[in-house]
Design a binder for this molecule. Structure first.
Ligand SMILES: NC(=O)c1ccc[n+]([C@@H]2O[C@H](COP(=O)([O-])OP(=O)(O)OC[C@H]3O[C@@H](n4cnc5c(N)ncnc54)[C@H](OP(=O)(O)O)[C@@H]3O)[C@@H](O)[C@H]2O)c1
Length: 328
């Protein structure tokens, strides 16, 4: 028994080392001097790693996050790292709470007043937790989708005028389990870990469909957008998971999960790689174009989600443009 366990542990260790050895090294950096980027949830996890890399490439980077001390500290950390590496002090924090539509509007108007340019919008912030927002929606659904939907609409004109520009929407492979019904969209789920996870999957499906419909509506402009699965990444995303579940997670995290810098690679690929324009609206994972699961290819659902989202965030028809033919 003891030998069998030791053998299994050795096999696992060898597997892990081989797997880590196979991880791809980061691609060459794209110069981004003169470009301005917003990274939502840039205060930690994948967002902080994305912001750091954009700053290393020379972009002016706005970290948009909820928790001011954490956001200020993250911006300071990048500024103090970057002068030695790139001489880029242009990293700043601006407060944005996606769980409050009022805060999204305040952020957008402060940004538009203060910053003349916007070339990259990285809709990265996310939660997987139960609860209801001050606007009466499910917390995960509002932070992950509705708040970003409103933010994107409010910044779209600036993105258009600064084209070529891009929107990257950090979704998840969890979209495969999403079940969206526009008539009950955003309703807070009943308490419990299973319905909280279902709600998370729904919001991630909304992310994939948001990119799809946004691309359709932006056809013919110089703004393109992409949905991204970052991989399974060791971050604080599941900090609200029940305590009993966490020890079960630990070996999985140790064996299979990427670190935050690795998890940022697909977002960075979609934000900076030349020649992706023809793939606007599509889904990327592991820095490659992939097909989303069937619900993520449902153009009728994407359109219904868009219209319901407009209504829920208080944007009329004037906020969007007429819906042309779906993506092929
Ligand atoms: N980790 C994974 O394995 C994985 C897999 C698939 C997809 N993703 C997606 O990747 C994205 C980044 O997640 P992560 O793994 O880096 O998680 P994380 O470490 O928990 O970071 C999430 C970020 O979102 C911010 N945030 C949370 N609620 C917010 C709100 N109400 N308003 C504004 N910002 C808020 C957090 O800021 P605070 O400091 O204020 O909390 C934090 O900066 C998410 O969209 C997630 O769904 C992650």
């Amino acid at each position: 028994m003891g030998w069998a366990l030791l053998g299994a542990a050795l096999l696992l260790a060898v597997y892990t080392l081989l797997r880590r050895g196979r991880r791809r090294s980061p691609p060459p950096r794209t110069p981004l001097r003169g470009r301005t980027a917003i990274v939502t949830g840039g205060s930690g996890g994948i967002g902080a790693a994305t912001a750091l890399e954009l700053a290393r490439c020379g972009a002016r980077v706005v970290l948009a996050a909820r928790n001011a001390p954490r956001g200020e500290a993250a911006a300071r950390r990048i500024r103090t790292m970057c002068p030695q590496e790139t001489g880029n002090p242009e990293v700043l924090f601006m407060q944005l709470d996606l769980a409050s539509l009022r805060s999204v509007r305040a952020f957008a108007s402060a940004f538009l007043r203060q910053e003349p340019h916007l070339h990259l919008l990285i809709n990265n912030a996310g939660v997987s937790a139960g609860g209801t927002t001050e606007d009466g929606f499910s917390l995960s659904f509002q932070v992950n989708h509705l708040g970003h939907f409103l933010l994107t609409q409010l910044l779209l004109e600036r993105l258009r005028s600064c084209g070529p520009s891009r929107v990257v929407i950090v979704a998840s492979r969890a979209h495969c389990a999403g079940r969206l019904r526009p008539e009950t969209l955003g309703h807070p789920p009943p308490p419990g870990p299973l319905s909280t996870f279902q709600d998370y999957c729904d919001s991630k499906l909304a992310n994939v469909l948001h990119a799809r419909e946004l691309a359709t509506r932006l056809r013919g402009t110089q703004v393109t957008c992409y949905a991204v699965h970052p991989g399974f990444v060791n971050t604080e995303l599941f900090r609200h998971a029940p305590l009993w579940l966490k020890p079960l997670f630990l070996p999985l995290v140790w064996l299979f999960f990427l670190d935050a810098a690795e998890g940022a690679q697909t977002s960075l690929h979609c934000a900076t790689r030349d020649g992706l324009e023809r793939f606007s609206g599509r889904y990327f994972a592991d820095c490659r174009l992939q097909e989303p699961w069937p619900p993520g290819r449902d153009d009728q659902l994407a359109r219904a989600l868009w219209e319901a989202s407009e209504r829920l965030v208080g944007l009329g028809r004037a906020g969007g443009s007429p819906s042309p033919a779906p993506l092929q």
